[in-house]
Design a protein around this ligand. Structure first.
Ligand code: FAD
Length: 159
């Protein structure tokens, strides 16, 4: 008999902890297939983003690589960005994966599930305040934290 597939979308603070726990309790015992889907290849603990932004933290040392982590914790990692959900057919639609130059690495695809956990987190809200979206740095992802650092260093260099 096929075992159920539990798909967790989002490997942040909540999703990574859940995938690890379920990997140990169900995945390793082959009682369920645990799949963690995230659009990034690594997890960075968000409360450390300000340290990444100021350059105190080295992201390559403090991030968790999902592929390596999954191989020892009994779950399977898939890279992908959720863009659609069909609850009747129990399938997720994933956007194509593009490289830094915008070229397609992997086409869009679907992923089926028996049980689904959405742990997508949240992003900062500018509450529609005029000028904020254009002029402020947001710090919801490692990419944004690194962009802040780049801008800060360039500003000091100009001075
Ligand atoms: C700068 C900063 C400092 C913070 N400091 C603290 C603190 O000191 N104490 C505290 O308790 N909390 C703090 N928080 C809040 C805490 O980080 C969040 O509450 C927590 O990370 C939420 O966990 P989560 O699993 O819900 O989502 P997240 O940790 O945000 O994870 C969401 C995951 O989903 C993935 N994802 C999103 N959309 C998609 C998609 N469409 N497809 C595939 N994957 C997707 C993302 O890549 C990410 O890995 C801080 C947050 C920030 C930004």
């Amino acid at each position: 008999m096929a075992i159920p597939r539990i798909v967790i979308v989002g490997g942040g603070a909540g999703g990574l902890a859940l995938a690890t726990r379920l990997g140990h309790t169900l995945g390793k015992k082959k009682r369920a297939e645990i799949v963690l889907l995230d659009r990034n290849a690594t997890h960075v603990w968000k409360p450390l983003l300000h340290e990444l932004a100021t350059g105190i933290l080295n992201s390559t040392m403090d991030e968790v690589d999902f592929r390596g982590h999954s191989s020892v914790h009994g779950y399977r990692y898939q890279r992908g960005s959720l863009c659609g959900l069909d609850r009747t057919a129990k399938t997720l639609t994933l956007s194509p994966i593009l490289d830094e130059d915008g070229k397609e690495v992997l086409p869009g695809r679907t992923l089926s599930y028996d049980y689904l956990v959405l742990s997508l987190g949240s992003v900062s809200n500018d509450f529609g305040t005029e000028g904020v979206a254009e002029h402020c740095h947001f710090m919801d992802s490692p990419g944004q934290a690194k962009a802040f650092q780049r801008d800060m260093i360039n500003t000091f260099l100009r001075y």
